[in-house]
Design a binder for this molecule. Sequence first.
Ligand code: CS2
Ligand code: MG
Length: 400
Amino acid sequence: MKIRNVEVLVACPGRNFVTTRITTDDGVVGLGDATLNGRELAVASYVKDHLAPLLEGVEAENIERIWQYLYRGAYWRRGPVTMAAIASIDMALWDIKAKSLGVPLYQLLGGRTRRHLLTYTHATGRDIPELFDAVRRRQEQGFKAIRLQVGIPGLADIYGVGTAAGHTAGFAKPLVEVWDTPAYMRFVPSMFEAARNEFGAEVPMLHDVHHRLSPIEAARLAKDLEPYRLFWLEDVTPAENQEALRLVRSASTTPLAIGEVFNTLWDAQEILQKQYIDYLRMSVTHGGGVTAMRKALDFAATFHIRSGMHGPEDVSPVGMAAAIHLGVSIHNFGIQEYGGYRESTMELFNPAFELKDGYLTPGERPGLGVDYDDALAERHPYSASYLPVNELRDGTVHDW
Ligand code: CS2
Ligand code: MG
């Protein structure tokens, strides 16, 4: 079965998505997610201009070899653009292989290890009452595990709360948000104290710091949050310098989750080997595909680290489906993020996966179980959109 055609499809059903579609000479079609929020066209060009010409006529069955060819053959390795492009080819080839055998992808990954996947979603509020209303709405929708993000008194919009909360399309230039670390660090523990008093000790609660603290600030926050027994504290400090996590680890037993901006196992290797984290956040889309993610998750399992694959709205339903098939088959599954999608997105991709009572299941359709409706995509053209930029009160650019 040879690769006959590699297409790159860019559409904006509420937000931008980039999808790679591979068609073989006997007409089997595979899809892969190549969405990189705010840099979509860079990945689209990488696939269209630099990968597609190399793949036409290549045996579609040889997934591992194609991955190694695209990774090592480029000479310039790693990074979100390269790895999202390779990931999309890899996902599409796994989709094709499973479809050609008439089985859902998880059957090629070792079959089911569990019935369904514990899933968490986002609850946000500009203040605590609004946040608690959002938590209650999520609980009514059946979610067991919930991520809590709250506005900080004295600050306008911040990550996860306010205008850019959904990272929706249409910001022709990055929004500037103003950040104040001391105000944040004073307020968040009080929010979780109120949340535990309101919702009890059992609810798995998560929080995303979103890279905004220094290592010592992160150590302080992790320590201050210990009494509230979070399911995890995410991206406490930028993880380019992974040794920084030693400081956080030695200060607290609050479980840590990091990795959504990592693109290869090598990015995560130190943080995993030293057991500085408890959940690996890499996604199939930004982590090099099913082939690469399986290896990364197996490596993580050696150090008792579980999966917490990234799954916001800007991982498309194709990338989400791949995460669900992987999640249902690996032993060291932890939790799956599900930011949720707009109706227009679900219409376009028509995924087979199901969310029921706070758990995800992959569905039984052959392959990834996702479609792509070209006619609908036509109606939602790409719309340039950028993630916000954070500034301190004095104008210093800060991590967002
Ligand atoms: C966030 C993401 O879901 C999360 O954990 O970190 O929403 C992140 O802000 C976006 O993926 C950025 O595009
Ligand atoms: Mg995050």
